[in-house]
Design a protein around this ligand. Structure first.
Ligand SMILES: [Zn+2]
Ligand SMILES: [Zn+2]
Length: 247
């Protein structure tokens, strides 16, 4: 039997939940009825499907065909500073909508669903996980992080580290330069824009390690490229990278 006070607290909690978490799915407007449903309903989350086409074995760029994975022209000419990168899907449709809700609408709670989706898509990808000592999120400039309330890459990295039981390193790779949004720039300006934007605080924590960089969206790869360069300069043995989607 529940006491009246417990009952009252229970209803306040439910009320608080209704205030903080809208009770209908943000994507399809269906009522959220299961206790584990947050912001997006189960069936919309189940609609997130990993991309199954061919891809570049190095930079992870998706190809349109479904043939064997191979190296793209760019990676044949010049390998990036990271050894391998994989995305779960294209930045399109439900996946794009979910990332937007997570990143720009402040629904941090969606990080768990996105990390779980990432492991469904890439959890068995040996080339990505083999030998990884640490997971490192792509950092945000402190002012931007303060404004957003959280770093979306950190939330994803933390959840991946927890689910894969790999140690997370946070606060070692930092962003020291405020940069205009990458989306507002031409591809050629993106590299220039990010030059000197990242720094490793203490090389000691990175030296000799194989690390997995985590970010939400991969566009031209400039961010991963610049972070990887800084990590390799700090003595990392190898840098691998995972993103949820590629544009
Ligand atoms: Zn839905
Ligand atoms: Zn490539």
């Amino acid at each position: 039997m529940r006491f009246p006070l417990q009952k009252k607290i229970g209803s306040y909690l439910k009320l608080a939940e209704l205030i903080f978490f809208p009770s209908v799915c943000e994507l399809c407007s269906r009522l959220l009825e299961f206790p584990d449903e947050r912001i997006i309903c189960r069936s919309c989350l189940q609609r997130l499907k990993p991309r199954r086409t061919s891809f570049c074995l190095c930079c992870g760029k998706f190809f349109d065909d479904s043939g064997e994975p191979h190296f793209c022209r760019q990676c044949v000419l010049l390998r990036p500073f990271f050894s391998v990168h994989r995305s779960c899907g294209l930045y399109f449709g439900s996946l794009k909508d979910t990332i937007i809700l997570f990143k720009y609408r402040g629904y941090r709670v969606l990080g768990k669903a996105l990390a779980t989706f990432a492991l469904q898509a890439l959890g068995r990808e040996e080339s990505l996980w083999w030998g990884v000592d640490n997971i490192i999120p792509v950092p945000l400039f402190p002012e931007k992080q303060k404004k957003r309330g959280f770093n979306q890459a950190s939330v994803l990295a933390k959840e991946l580290a927890r689910q894969k039981d790999i140690e997370l390193i946070e606060g070692q790779l930092i962003k020291v330069k405020r940069t205009p949004p990458q989306t507002s720039l031409e591809a050629s300006d993106r590299r220039k824009n990010l030059k000197g934007a990242f720094k490793v605080v203490h090389d000691q924590g990175i030296k000799g390690k194989t690390v997995l960089l985590v970010d939400d969206v991969y566009t031209t790869g400039s961010t991963l490229q610049e972070c990887s360069l800084v990590l390799m300069k700090a003595g990392a043995l190898e840098v691998k990278a995972l993103t949820i989607a590629q544009a």
